[in-house]
Design a binder for this molecule. Sequence first.
Ligand SMILES: Cc1ncc(C[n+]2csc(CCOP(=O)(O)OP(=O)(O)O)c2C)c(N)n1
Ligand code: SF4
Ligand SMILES: [Mg+2]
Length: 351
Amino acid sequence: MTYIAKPKFHHPSLPTNALGLTHRDYEGSISTLCAGCGHDSISAAIMQACFELDLPPHRVAKLSGIGCSSKTPTYFLGSAHGFNSVHGRMPSVLTGANLANRDLIYLGVSGDGDTASIGLGQFAHAIRRGVNMVYIVENNGVYGLTKGQFSATADRGSKSKRGVTNTDNSIELVAIALQLGATFVARGFSGDKEQLVPIIKAAIEHQGAAFIDCVSPCVAFNNHPGSTKSFDYVREHNEAVNRLDFISPRAPINVSYEPGTVEIVEQHDGSRLALRKLAADYDPHDRLGAMTYLQERAAAGEIVTGLLYVDREPTDLHAHLGTVETPLNALGDAELCPGSATLAKFNASLR
Ligand SMILES: Cc1ncc(C[n+]2csc(CCOP(=O)(O)OP(=O)(O)O)c2C)c(N)n1
Ligand code: SF4
Ligand SMILES: [Mg+2]
């Protein structure tokens, strides 16, 4: 139960990161999700990524909408800032918070219902504006919280637990994110933490709109034969285009690769992404090529995962608007009230 606090004590020899924190310091309340739910694995990957990046939890703002997926921020980073908003409204709340204080790391957690149905417009505008955030959709193809209705990401022809066939076309969120200009687009699978943790780390370090579609099976309502979001189906149809190693700015590149098999992508903060190609013809810097590739492979029944697109020179909403560097709550009287001479000059510039 979420109101039962986890005991704080831990084994004295638990590994610590550069901040002297253990994994336990990145946990939240006890999860109330169904045992085996993919969403809990994504929470575990987020905690792992933040631990490995040595992030002080209070520098993170986690925001969500409504759904089992949107409940999960309660279960990780207990000492981060948090806001559980209204169904489908996470993106606008996150955008506002980000504009007010750019110094925090913004993590938006949503579901396929929360993002692809009621929140589709909100999602689209946050991505198109280039809000500096990590936006994760925990995609199970159903409304888990309201007991298993098809969501807008359920594949046409897939079957519900009761055997009903979905006759609607599905919304492909990564394709929309690519079209709307997201500067980092990836797809993961909750059952592959090795792939997911570096993707989350790279997305956190990315200075722009980073979108991660994470297939996350719902064991209660969408894990049966006929579902295209079940553990078995995703494992059988998962085609990773690349494998990512995230290398922090401090760490030397001490992994040895066969020449030509790995591309090193430098990020603005000095961190590097080592991208091991698995699909020879896949270029993660070609937005149009990525869109075509995804459609072709989807038509062949594959679920393409990995880092699908990354812009080497991302920009974000603050850069587009030319906002002040200082968080609004840290602005002093002089900046907030620059005086009547400045006001007169400003007014004159508008005449
Ligand atoms: C305005 C509004 N409409 C409908 C609902 C009912 N509702 C709650 S969660 C949900 C869908 C959740 O699905 P998803 O985002 O996929 O999350 P999941 O539970 O599958 O993780 C709906 C329709 C609501 N809470 N608020
Ligand atoms: S209903 Fe589905 S999505 Fe919700 S907690 Fe249970 S398994 Fe997870
Ligand atoms: Mg869902």
